[in-house]
Design a protein around this ligand. Structure first.
Ligand code: C2E
Ligand code: MG
Ligand code: MG
Length: 594
């Protein structure tokens, strides 16, 4: 007998219809006779019936059409073949592992067609009395699109497609939470275009589009760029340094990059547009301030940038702003100082156990027009950061070689070895060796009287490059001393590989050598290690007779320090050396040359 079932208008009714079938009805019959005749076959939904293992028993015409499989193909598949992933699996298992008959689930899934197309569906699954599971899917593409549209309208700026204020605040809240956990700073950059109103609306829109794209391309993964409508953009930077000043410097560098990205001419409809931006920066850490407050601070800083003449960057935090202003001023002054030759070399004597002068270390001094003579502590690090050290270091080398050449004509000075400090950035310049060759050639200095002082960290920065350069320079006769030894992380393994001549014990160990047993042990170890490696050893920062005695009795016989003389300008150094020879060694003389 053929059973007639009414055409169901929705899936619940499909299921009801099938519920009337006897549980023991054979599958074949199901498919070939009854179901093929059933109006269910023509139902507008994607309908399938599967056993408890998920094996598909029946799929209606619409399922075959939508999925692109023939019935026979589907009957060799499981429901997970047409909807992979956990969603369907979870509900399927729940129903299969016997929850009561007739229980039903409404769940959103993706169906995957034979052509690998993904279709969002709302699936109604029901467990029928005969144990099988019945599923009816309805296409919800349109609904999804509408949802997506609502989401876009709610969270994105319509013109630029960037996150809007609402999403930005949400991201900022997450960034604050992450910062509370990692203890790292973050920064908010508030950017407003200068004179944007001068553009026509069409050009303005195109410009905003371009800027949005450039900003998106400039940020790092994990950072957010948002558009708060019109010509206001905000960037949230995360995972900056733990130290506020360092973090601010990172934010400043990025803001400068953003500024140049915005300032770079824009090609719009065959027109070249120039624009600038005012940028305000607020730093944040953890939950100290709410997201709204941070945003307000960044905006206030942007307004300060506007009133400072536009095309400018300003920090909300005044201390940071002051520090950066000072730093910027110093960089400008340093550039001028190099141009205007405001630098000079001072010389600090290096002596042996008999207090005979063996040589000197050339130490840089800056004759600042307002602040007087400045020691390198105030500007060397900045010169390294800005790359100015490369030209400054070259000047030092030229000057030192010229001095050696001058001394060659004077008996008292002709054998002095001159130690020159070389910074990592300078040493790792690809043409460093060529520079030295050129300087030697031009000055006609004797390379055997030059000793380059490098720190441990700069030697280890790129060890293969270091070794190659050192070997090449050594073949010219130049010597090497490892400066500030003990403050870095040199392992014996590296030390053995470096073609060094000398190790210079850092003054921090020498200072307390007589009072701190640890320092005494370290210094002894450095001396015996240098012996073992066949290197000479010099102690820097020797200020007292006690220190001198300790070093002498423990095998270090070359010294530099205030006990023998401070770094002096050339003429004073020369006078002191003459007098030292004449008075036949007075160790404290160099402290008071007069
Ligand atoms: P450094 O190479 O370790 O130089 C030794 C520093 O210790 C010098 O400071 C020197 O004046 C100081 N000093 C010497 N004897 C004593 C002492 O008995 N007691 C104390 N307390 N200090 C002593 P300075 O001249 O201020 O130089 C500081 C650092 O700046 C140098 O450390 C060096 O790393 C760097 N520097 C100096 N000139 C140059 C240069 O031409 N190029 C580069 N790249 N760095 C330089
Ligand atoms: Mg040095
Ligand atoms: Mg040193």
């Amino acid at each position: 007998m053929i059973r007639r079932i009414a055409i169901p208008s929705n899936c619940r009714r499909h299921a009801k219809a099938i519920e009337h079938m006897p549980a023991d009805m054979p599958l074949q019959k199901y498919n070939s006779i009854e179901l093929s005749e059933m109006p269910l076959r023509f139902a507008p939904d994607v309908v399938f019936i599967a056993d408890l293992n998920g094996r598909i028993i029946f799929a209606n015409d619409n399922a075959q059409r939508v999925l692109g499989y023939r019935l026979q193909e589907l009957q060799n598949m499981t429901v997970l073949d047409i909807s992979p992933g956990d969603r369907l699996k979870t509900y399927w298992l729940r129903l299969a592992q016997n929850v009561t008959d007739g229980q039903r689930h409404l769940v959103e899934i993706d169906l995957i067609t034979k052509a690998r197309q993904k279709l969002p569906m709302e699936l109604n699954i029901v467990k029928m009395p005969n144990g099988q599971l019945y599923g009816a899917c309805r296409d919800i593409t349109e609904r999804k699109q509408a949802q997506q549209r609502i989401h876009e309208l709610a969270f994105y700026d319509l013109l630029t497609k960037l996150p809007n204020r609402r999403l930005l605040l949400d991201r900022l809240r997450h960034a604050s939470a992450a910062s509370a956990h990692s203890k790292k700073h973050g920064a908010v950059l508030f950017l407003n275009l200068d004179h944007f109103k001068a553009f026509t609306s069409n050009t303005g829109d195109l410009l905003l589009h371009k800027i949005a794209r450039r900003l998106t391309a400039s940020i790092q993964e994990g950072d957010t760029v948002a558009c708060l409508g019109g010509d206001v953009f905000v960037v949230v930077m995360e995972s900056l340094n733990v130290d506020l000043k360092e973090a601010a410097q990172q934010a400043k560098l990025f803001a400068e990059k953003v500024r140049s990205v915005v300032n770079c001419p824009h090609q719009l409809n065959e027109q070249t547009i120039h624009t600038t931006a005012s940028i305000g920066i607020a730093m944040f850490i953890g939950h100290l301030e709410t997201s709204e407050t941070i945003l307000k601070q960044a905006k206030a800083a942007m307004e300060q940038a506007k009133s400072a003449g536009r095309d400018t960057i300003r920090f909300y935090n005044h201390d940071i702003q002051d520090t950066l202003n000072r730093r910027n001023k110093l960089v400008q002054e340093l550039r001028l100082a190099i141009e205007n030759r405001q630098f000079q070399l001072h010389y600090q004597v290096q002596v042996d156990s008999q207090h005979q002068a063996l040589g000197a270390e050339a130490l840089l001094r800056w004759q600042h027009p307002e602040r007087g003579l400045l020691a390198p502590g105030e500007y060397i690090a900045l010169c390294e950061d800005t790359g100015l050290i490369v030209s400054l270091g070259l000047w030092v080398l030229e000057q030192a070689c010229r001095q050696l050449r001058c001394w060659q004509a004077q008996t008292r000075f002709r054998d002095l070895i001159l130690a020159v400090n070389v910074s990592a950035k300078q040493f790792h310049q690809s043409d460093f060796v060529a520079q030295i060759r050129r300087v030697l050639l031009e000055s006609a200095a004797n390379p055997a009287q030059i000793k380059l002082e490098l720190t441990e960290s700069s030697m280890l920065e790129n060890i293969e490059d270091t070794i190659a350069k050192m070997r090449e320079l050594k073949s010219l006769g130049i010597r090497f001393s490892m400066d500030d030894f003990g403050t870095g992380h040199s392992s014996l393994q590296y030390l053995k590989r470096l073609p060094l001549d000398q190790i210079k014990i850092d003054q921090s160990f020498v200072r307390d050598i007589a009072s701190d047993p640890n320092d005494a042990v370290i210094v002894k170890a450095i001396i015996s290690m240098s012996d073992a490696l066949g290197l000479s050893v010099i102690a820097e920062g020797v200020e007292t007779e006690e220190q001198l005695h300790f070093l002498n009795t423990n095998g270090c016989h070359v010294f530099q320090g205030y006990l023998f003389g401070k770094a002096l300008p050339l003429d004073e150094f020369e006078t002191a050396l003459h007098q030292r020879a004449a008075e036949n060694i007075n160790p404290s003389y160099f402290d008071n040359p007069r």
